[in-house]
Design a protein around this ligand. Structure first.
Ligand code: KG4
Ligand code: ZN
Length: 352
């Protein structure tokens, strides 16, 4: 089954074509991030306009790269929330129209579920696009998939959520952030330090030039020992601001701040996820969302996961951030499709 997935929840326009939920035939992503740089955060109106402008060209490019025609698509899928309403509308209206005109099923996918399913997608799609175009059946993708029950950590610019997944389609929300999302904290600290946007990669880059052996900066690990699966990152951000403002002079090290801040965020994310995995006897841990691209998070999870004998899955980096392939992959495991005429953009969509 070939599904075309559309992702327009925020500032990335993603269109991916995926076969049988695993094999990425194409995955095109356009981003308006550069337009938001000077504001240090996303301007919803600008993001929405860019979505409307780029979504059809992305569909066309995804079809071309996959070597498909519109009529080869068996179903369409769209992330209909959570997200920015203007951005969502561009994807939802496009998917609706395509499904209606082509008389094909339309799947409404929760964006966060998409981040989870990025872990089911094969890990080596660039080589496979070439194979597909040559019509060679030399697909050789990793067949290892996460086992249930699993605990999923979704860490993005808008969300930090822990989910228990019992089987495909069966989720239980365990907890989430009470204030800033982890990615948002990276973005805000980066902006405060005068680094670029998005802040996560900038903080990571800056942190990599510091060796965290001895540091005088003591940042809190908010809620790390609390008996729940909630998070809070705004106090950590304030601790960075207070440290800088409290400095007698301008002599503070951005590298050291970035490194110790990143360490604090990673400590909390890993500790609480491992605690949830132990409590619910998870067979796998799955991580998704933009912050999943972070190397320290990846390596810390690998070490702590193997210590307790639970494999930890991360998507390939290009599939951690928002993209259409993860939406198409999630749709493949979804049993309910939607009437194209009634599907709506749902900015505040929750886990069912
Ligand atoms: O999932 P995503 O692409 O969009 C949302 O759904 O929000 O995540 C974007 C977030 C941004 O906050 C960005 O700073 C963060 O992911 N991010 C990172 C890294 N790459 C992206 N955070 C930490 N380390 C990274 N390498
Ligand atoms: Zn996302």
């Amino acid at each position: 089954m070939i599904i075309l997935g559309i992702e327009t929840t925020c500032d990335e326009t993603g269109v991916g074509i995926v076969k049988d939920g695993r094999e990425v035939l194409s995955n095109v992503v356009a981003s308006s991030a550069v337009m938001h740089k000077k504001f240090g955060g996303i301007v919803p109106e600008v993001a929405a306009r860019e979505q409307a402008r780029t979504v059809i060209p992305c569909v066309r490019q995804a079809l071309r790269q996959a070597g498909c025609k519109l009529l080869d698509i068996d179903a369409f899928a769209v992330a209909n929330g959570p997200g920015l309403v203007g951005s969502l509308l561009a994807g939802v209206e496009t998917a609706k129209t395509l499904a209606f005109v082509c008389e094909k099923p339309l799947f409404a996918v929760n964006h966060l579920v998409g981040h989870v399913y990025a872990n089911w997608v094969n890990q080596d799609h660039s080589a496979e696009i070439i194979d597909h175009r040559k019509k060679k059946s030399t697909m050789n993708y990793e067949l290892r998939t996460p086992n249930f029950p699993l605990v999923a950590l979704i860490v993005s610019g808008g969300h930090t959520d822990l989910i228990l997944m019992l089987y495909h389609g069966k989720y239980k929300w365990l907890g989430g952030t009470r204030d800033d999302a982890a990615g948002e904290a990276f973005d805000k600290v980066a902006r405060f330090l005068g680094l670029g946007y998005p802040g996560g990669p900038e903080i990571e880059r800056m942190a990599s030039s510091y060796k965290l052996e001895v540091t005088s900066y003591k940042f809190p690990r908010p809620m790390i020992n609390e008996d729940n699966f909630d998070f809070s990152f705004s106090g950590l951000k304030t601790a960075v601001v207070n440290l800088v403002h409290g400095s007698q002079s301008t002599v503070y090290s951005k590298e050291e701040i970035a490194c110790t801040f990143q360490d604090a965020v990673v400590d909390v994310l890993v500790e609480k996820t491992i605690k949830a995995a132990k409590k619910y006897n998870a067979k796998s841990i799955v991580v998704g969302g933009g912050v999943a691209a972070n190397e320290l998070l990846r390596s810390r999870f690998k070490v702590d996961g193997s210590r307790i004998g639970i494999p930890v899955y991360f998507p390939k980096k290009g599939l951690s951030v928002d993209n259409g392939a993860m939406i198409a992959a999630a749709a493949f495991y979804q049993t309910n499709f939607t009437d194209p005429l009634i599907i709506q953009a749902e900015p505040g969509l929750h886990f069912a």
